[in-house]
Design a protein around this ligand. Sequence first.
Ligand code: HEM
Ligand code: HEM
Length: 344
Amino acid sequence: MSAFARAGRRTNLAILVVLTVAFGTGALAFAVGDEAAARIIVAGHGIAGLCLVVLTPWKTVVAQRGLRRPRPGRGTSVALAILVLIIVGTGVAHALGAAGPYLGVTAMQVHVGAAIVATALAAVHVWVRTVHPRRADVSRRTLLRAGAVAGAGALLWSATEATAALASLPGAQRRATGSHERGSDDPAEMPVTQWLTDHVPHIDPTGYRLRVVASGRSVDVPFSDLRGSDVVRAVLDCTGGWYAVQDWRGIRLDELLATTVGTPSVGRSIDVVSVTGYRRRFPLYDAGRLLLASHVAGRPLSPGHGAPVRLVAPDRRGFWWVKWVAQVEVVDAPWWLQPPFPGR
Ligand code: HEM
Ligand code: HEM
């Protein structure tokens, strides 16, 4: 009897755990801006993801058994298997250095897109091929096996890291978040990426006004009054899998508020809203760290990178760096009262 013939219920349960941990750590990796935290979470994510590779021989036995009995839900299972191949393939390609963009799409964008669709398919698959956990599943033996799978996952992860380092692949240079350097001090080389359905709008610079709202006052500021002289050197770390270090020039939000509507007497947060409707909410106490930038590396921003003005939010991932800012509003609602990731 082959070592994999014992495959069955517990293999499926192990995959369920691994998928959940991989999805959770993946989402967390996008949420954290702090390098030390990112390093641990991203490594944990890589190990969890590679545990799927470790479990593949056992799952293949389960799948072959299932495929011999054609039943409704089979198409979903096969589509899920294809998506998992794409997820692991793009994940490893990204980690080694083949991060793209290819035809305007990065390996990481495909990775996350496929992971979101796979999660929905996995939910259907688990629903139609229900597996019932048993009391006996919580045993010393299961714990040892789980440890062995995790250990093998960690070995595989170390092997990808060692390959990148020994073969001097671009992956060896990536940041703690996993992102690859693209166009530092050379903004023209930075990829233009938007969150989901967001798009580069057409903005007439002469008609453009920034609306600033606080304490019941609202002021429309022309672009000529937004060219500040504060320079901040900060890392734009895009969740598309790349990062760039740039000198951003503009006006700090605390100064913008003070010189337009006056330092707010009430309110807890700042809503920064794009011309496209895209928005993020920040704590008011961060106003001194947030910059409304009109220039990058000494040149005006390009339309793709947020002209006329974009937000620079140091130590936060790219989706916080609202582009094409149309409105800055001080509000009472707490900053955490918003979806962790933008919905559009
Ligand atoms: C990486 C994720 C997964 C992939 C790619 C995958 C793929 C497949 C495939 C291709 C089959 C055979 C076709 C079929 O019976 O529909 C199958 C069967 C099955 N899967 Fe999955 N699956 C995954 C995760 C899971 C999870 C998380 C569970 C439950 C917790 C599960 C439970 C089952 C069961 C019970 C069967 C039927 C086995 C049999 O009839 O002997 N699978 N899976
Ligand atoms: C269930 C779904 C997922 C699976 C199975 C998975 C699996 C993987 C694998 C195998 C790698 C390569 C690890 C390596 O070779 O070092 C990887 C990398 C990565 N994944 Fe996922 N992933 C999933 C979902 C996600 C999600 C939802 C996100 C973000 C929202 C994400 C973000 C990342 C990032 C940033 C990397 C690069 C890590 C690095 O460069 O070391 N993943 N993933």
